[in-house]
Design a protein around this ligand. Structure first.
Ligand code: NI
Length: 178
């Protein structure tokens, strides 16, 4: 497996800048730590499956929250990182024009139309986010989050066997903590 280290560095710098005013919920660390964790999960998946394009996967991972959570446009990503990365990030971004309860299903539908590298980013994102729930979350909120993780796993498990198994294990640990 190999990936383009210059593309990795450019995407990391871009993400760090775009998320510079955001912190990770819970830990309070700079938000860029989240996207780096997602990136290392997808690189591990690419090591397990040489058919995956590791440069595409890692760039989508590093940039996956820029459109949804910052002022970055898909157009800017096309200019800087090309169509494949930009459309991958777009699929990974919820559409704010839809009612809130439809956004995840819509994004999953678009991810499933994208290359498998994009599927790995969504699996890796949820693995990274399935930390033990914050103490102020109600039991209903915890259960809803676990149920949503199951929906993601069911929709995208064919993206990466390695990540699907990892998400399954993480979900079981989370459910025990609920
Ligand atoms: Ni994320």
């Amino acid at each position: 497996m190999s990936w383009d280290p210059d593309a990795f560095a450019r995407a990391l710098d871009f993400a760090a800048h775009a998320h510079r005013d955001q912190k990770v919920q819970g830990s309070g660390l700079p938000y860029v730590t989240h996207v780096v964790k997602v990136a290392q999960e997808v690189l591990r998946a690419c090591a397990a499956d040489p058919k995956l394009d590791a440069t595409l996967a890692v760039c989508c991972a590093l940039l996956h929250d820029t459109v949804e959570d910052t002022q970055v446009s898909v157009h800017a990503l096309v200019e800087l990182f090309g169509d494949r990365v930009a459309f991958g990030v777009q699929a990974l971004s919820k559409d704010p024009s839809l009612p809130k309860e439809q956004r995840m299903a819509d994004s999953l539908r678009r991810i499933r139309q994208a290359p498998k590298e994009v599927w790995t980013v969504k699996l890796a994102d949820r693995i990274t986010n399935l930390e033990p729930p914050p103490p102020d979350w109600t039991i209903e909120k915890r259960r809803a989050y676990a149920a949503e993780a199951q929906v993601i796993l069911d929709a995208l498990r064919d993206g990466s066997t390695w990540l699907a198994e990892r998400l399954q294990a993480r979900l079981q640990r989370y459910q025990r903590a609920c």
